[in-house]
Design a protein around this ligand. Structure first.
Ligand SMILES: Cc1ncc(COP(=O)(O)O)c(C=O)c1O
Length: 421
């Protein structure tokens, strides 16, 4: 029992990327590069857990006890690794952080209560008044809103350049530039970033880089291996995978994330223990789910592209996509998100297609087992002016489909009947 407790209460917070399972799993010696499912199932976990249970325990504790005054002083003076107070994290969170770092191929990761908390936490930890950030303009609208409306209030300047214009990004760099930011693929147009070029611009100018790889996941894209400094995910999406939790994560190096982890302890944007359990459980099937999301996304995109009522499909796995070559070179698969335009349709006719689906559920979000469908004009951009929507590339006849893990032929049949309705 003593060994078990040691494993749980003294997790290695700063594991090395050299250990792919990042918690000394027995398979590590046998398999130098375990596959994504082996990492998803075993990575970051102690071999022997509390109560000898195969699953990690849920610790419903807001605070953690010390045996006596000496043990508090030892903890502080020796920087001992154990829990102290819930705002600084909990045992489940350490496991999830190690597992996510192992999946990402990063030294460490910092888990947050949502993807936006991760974005706000990272940027506020890294930026000060007078600094500048530059981001590619196709991005999640709340990330853009945080940069434009809120960072500016603290004296941080944000500049946007056209997605994929590396020369414009480099030209916009000044001595005050601290971070280059992009999503890949972007949402909803699914532009794919050439990570080598992006990293090159950052390194040449000694500016850090951040990729929000929520749509790709570490299964489909490897930004850390390409040299990106920070990789961010809304774990609410594919990592959690079941549309039943909110979480966010930033992966990177121990030294670069130290200040980020410290600020999170002050922000308190941590996950509750039950939420962490759901995330850990969801992650076990990560690779299996991603394979089905990838298969469904590609098959549905191909079906839509051949349908007479469809004007255009945005999916990086299609040869017709502007960034297909980059995607083919850098991605293992192309994910479940498919964006398409209905031919000769106004917003009402487009809404009719959405409303006519019977398996797809109408909701925002993506990456869960249930297929979700939405019309961006109505769901996220309803209050924007037509000029703003044009600037963001949100067409009246656009539909965003986030393929779940249902059987491919059923999803295609559902879309076929909705397009005929
Ligand atoms: C690409 C991307 N990044 C970040 C976020 C924010 O994540 P969360 O909803 O978990 O805060 C989202 C949410 O939709 C997203 O699509």
């Amino acid at each position: 029992m003593a060994t078990t407790e040691t494993n749980v209460t003294k997790p290695a917070r700063n594991q090395s990327a050299a250990d792919p399972l990042a918690a000394g799993m027995p398979a590590a010696g046998l398999t130098p590069s375990p596959g994504p499912s082996t990492v998803a199932v075993h990575g970051g976990e102690a071999r022997q857990k509390v109560g000898d249970a195969i699953t990690d325990a849920i610790f419903c504790a807001s605070t953690y006890t010390f045996e006596d005054t000496k043990s508090i002083i030892d903890f502080i003076e020796n920087d001992e690794q154990r829990e102290e107070y819930g705002r600084y994290g909990n045992p489940g969170e350490r496991v999830a952080e190690r597992k996510l770092a192992a999946l990402e191929g990063a030294e460490t990761s910092v888990l947050y209560s949502s993807g936006m908390a991760a974005f706000v936490g990272l940027l506020t930890a890294k930026l000060s008044a007078g600094d500048e950030v530059i981001f590619f303009d196709e991005c999640y609208h709340r990330s853009r809103e945080f940069c434009n409306k809120h960072l500016s209030r603290f004296g941080v300047k944000t500049l946007q350049v056209k997605t994929g214009d590396y020369a414009a990004m480099e030209a916009a760099i000044t001595p005050a530039t601290r971070m280059l930011i992009s999503e890949s693929p972007t949402n909803p147009h699914q532009s794919c970033i050439d990570l080598e070029r992006f990293v090159e611009v950052g390194r040449r100018n000694e500016v850090e880089t951040l990729i929000d790889a929520t749509l790709a996941t570490p299964y489909n894209l490897r930004p850390i291996e390409a040299g990106v400094d920070y990789v961010l995910h809304s774990a609410t999406k594919y990592l959690g995978g079941h549309n039943d939790l909110l979480a966010g994560v930033v992966a990177g190096s121990n030294s670069q994330l130290e200040s980020v982890r410290n600020l999170r302890g002050i922000m308190g944007a941590v996950n509750g223990p039950q939420n962490i359990y759901l995330l850990l459980r969801g992650l076990k099937t990560f690779e299996l789910r991603m394979q089905r999301h990838n298969d469904n996304g590609l098959a549905v995109a191909q079906f839509l592209e051949s349908h007479p009522r469809v004007e255009k499909v945005y999916y990086p796995g299609l040869e017709s996509h502007r960034d297909h070559e980059v995607a083919k070179r850098t991605m293992r698969g192309y994910g479940g998100l498919v964006t398409f335009l209905i031919k000769d349709a106004d917003w009402r006719a487009t809404a009719n297609v959405v409303d006519s689906t019977q398996i797809c559920r109408i909701a925002p979000s993506l990456g869960g087992v249930e297929t979700l469908i939405e019309q961006p004009l109505v769901m996220s951009y309803y209050k924007c002016t037509p000029e703003e929507r044009e600037r963001f590339g949100i067409d009246d006849n656009m539909i965003r489909l986030a393929c779940g893990i249902e059987n491919t032929e059923d999803l295609i049949a559902d879309l076929a009947q909705a397009l005929d309705a």
